[in-house]
Design a binder for this molecule. Structure first.
Ligand code: M6R
Length: 616
């Protein structure tokens, strides 16, 4: 989603801004722009489309050592150059970039228009530029007049919503003002040069010394460092942290797309997630980041798992594992629904906020709701130091390594693996024997090599691609029961987002209560039925589909003769039924990838989507 990069110091700003914008591209965007100060004049460049198109428009030797830049993912207003950031105030001497949403936009816009302001865009963000200008250029004597930090603080007092902003003042070439409320910002400290970004990935080429802004803070950034204040004006003593997990630059390696690379990274990523966390000797698990003693574990009355999209599907798998293995009630819930239903938060429950990016606004909102109600919530997150990880304070990093393709693949697997490790820890405390704990560990540790074996020989995926991409196909139905129901949902989500093919996922038993009406001669149906206690029932549903003329592909355990019931058999290596989602999801990831490829889609950056969804 939207991204911010800014810099101030002794070096030319443009190379830093462009490099930063490139590093933010993976988040998804539709336009980009930047502003630099050149001899007291604000120079603005904006472009719809890719960062490389903006780059082509910016003079190579553009001077200026202070600048702000932005990638925009449209919320208010279409994808146009006028709506791209930065936005200027009426004098053209203040430029602002903004991530987030101004909720009282209509009232503020009407008020400013009533005062004679002429808006140049349809965005909510432009309001910020005008408001800041209004306070900065206030009559002499006003305490905000000519004072950048005071003007920003005053402007934000009348705004409701979420923001991460950077503001540039033509009269102050020595500084940038930043402010955060619900949209992440991190300040990078270099030698005689400082940086600001919405994502620490953009700072990596320059520095690892960073200060994370917290909600409600306003910062003055200059070449020598940063000063920060709360919204009430009290100065904050921010800790300088060191970025420890530094991600590469999204290099595709030997793969044509990041998505394919990340699919193939799963064996290694899974091993990394498990490594050092399962203890064969005692048949249990160690998750130091949770900081839960056996006594704490004993007090857990229930487990709630919250996430969005793929993370929600991982939550559904995790909830079933936890409940089945520990007998502690566990429930997965879509984070974007959670806080809006005024949930009851049991103080003895343990919640997990599951998120690859750690920046998903809906999941972060759920974290806050739990905390407000006195609940305990921990992160299951990939990005170290992300907003959710920091808000939770405790949790499990899933250690997928960088996931830059918008379609999440290896993060799903590692979320499931991390939750499987937690399941073991809780199960041992709740009576699982050391013998059974060891068997669980053995099966779990075998998963990465089985994933690798499948990826080496994935079976007849291309035939399935030809079914789902056929001009006669108007919908694909995915079915599974138990642990395979969330896998079906994940397969459908992946095929929709990468190939833009309409898909429906249903728990197989529900199919006859409605979706069966959609089936006609040749309709593609993908059934997930590994060898488990529910397989027979799912196979009956498969027969019901076939009886209505559907073409059925069956994802099943290798060596299981059930493949003969389907028109297309896709075997995956055997594993303990608990871990089958880690195998059965693989053909579905490859299907989405290859179908997207066959249809000429933008695989790593599908239309309309963003990698981290930082608005509600
Ligand atoms: O970063 P998160 O895991 O919190 O993201 C949640 C969803 O936005 C994400 O999983 C989305 O559904 C993916 N694009 C799916 O591939």
């Amino acid at each position: 989603m939207c991204g911010i990069i800014a810099t101030v110091g002794r070096n030319r700003a443009i190379p830093v801004l462009l490099e930063g914008l490139h590093r933010l591209e993976y988040r998804g965007y539709d336009s980009a722009g930047l502003a630099v100060l050149d001899g007291g004049r604000l120079v603005l460049h904006r472009k719809v489309g890719r960062v490389r198109e903006l780059e082509a428009q910016v003079p190579a030797e553009q001077p200026g050592t202070v600048g702000i830049a932005h990638t925009r993912w449209a919320t208010h207003g279409g994808v146009t150059e006028a709506n791209a950031h930065p936005h200027l105030d009426t004098t053209g001497r203040i430029a602002v970039v903004h991530n987030g949403i101004i909720e009282n936009m209509s009232a503020l816009r009407a008020r400013l228009e009533g005062e004679g302001v002429r808006f140049r865009s349809e965005t909510d963000s432009e309001i910020l530029a005008h408001l800041i200008g209004r306070y900065y250029f206030a009559e002499d004597g006003s305490e905000t007049a000519g004072r950048p930090v005071a003007a920003v603080r005053a402007a934000l007092r009348v705004v409701r919503g979420t923001w991460g902003i950077a503001a540039l003042f033509a009269d102050h070439p020595e500084l940038i003002v930043a402010a955060r409320n619900g949209s992440p910002l991190v300040i990078g400290l270099g030698e005689g040069q400082s940086y600001l970004a919405s994502d620490s990935h953009a700072l990596v080429p320059y520095t690892r010394r960073v200060v994370f802004l917290d909600d409600g803070e306003v910062a003055r950034i200059d070449a020598s460092g940063v000063q920060t204040w709360h919204s009430d004006g009290a100065q904050v003593d921010n800790a300088i942290e060191t970025l420890e997990e530094v991600w590469g630059d999204g290099d595709k390696g030997r793969y044509p797309h990041l998505m394919l690379k990340e699919i193939h990274e799963q064996p290694e990523a899974l091993s990394r997630c498990l490594s050092g966390r399962v203890v064969s000797e005692t048949g249990t698990a160690r998750l130091g980041g949770l900081d839960l003693s056996p006594r704490d574990l004993a007090r857990i009355s229930r487990v709630g798992l919250l996430g969005c999209g793929t993370a929600y599907h991982a939550c559904r798998v995790g909830a079933q594992l936890i409940e089945a293995a520990t007998r502690v009630p566990a429930k997965a819930e879509i984070a974007s629904e959670f806080r809006h239903r005024n949930p009851v938060v049991d103080p003895d429950a343990l919640f997990f906020a599951v998120s690859q990016s750690g920046e998903t606004a809906d999941t972060l909102g759920a974290v806050k709701e739990i905390q407000i109600k006195g609940g305990e919530v921990m992160g299951v997150v990939n990005v170290v130091g992300s907003s959710i990880a920091r808000a939770c304070g405790r949790g499990v990093y899933i250690h997928s390594g960088p996931e830059m393709s918008v379609a999440s693949t290896k993060a799903f697997s590692n979320m499931v693996a991390a939750l499987a490790v937690f399941t073991l820890m809780l199960a041992r405390q709740r009576g699982l024997s050391v013998h059974d704990g060891r068997a669980y560990i053995q099966q779990l540790l075998d998963v990465p090599s089985r994933v690798a074996a499948y990826l080496d020989e994935p079976g007849p995926i291309d035939e399935l691609v030809s079914w789902v991409t056929a001009p006669t196909t108007n919908m694909v139905l995915f079915l599974g029961r138990g642990l395979s129901a969330p896998v079906a949902a994940e397969g459908a989500l992946k095929l929709m987002e990468v190939a833009y093919i309409p898909c429906i996922a249903y728990p197989a038993g529900e199919m006859k209560h409605g979706p069966i009406a959609l089936l006609e001669e040749g309709s593609p149906v993908i059934v997930i039925a590994p060898r488990d206690a529910l397989q027979d029932k799912t196979l009956s549903n498969l027969q019901e589909c076939k009886a209505r003329g559907a073409r059925v592909a069956l994802i099943h355990t290798a060596g299981d003769p059930v493949g003969r019931y389907a028109d297309l058999s896709i075997p995956v290596p055997d594993t303990h039924p608990f871990f089958s989602p880690l195998l059965t999801v693989l053909p579905l990831q490859l299907l989405a990838y290859r179908a997207g490829l066959a249809l000429g889609r933008d695989i790593d950056r599908p239309r309309n989507l963003a990698k981290s969804v930082t608005v509600e």
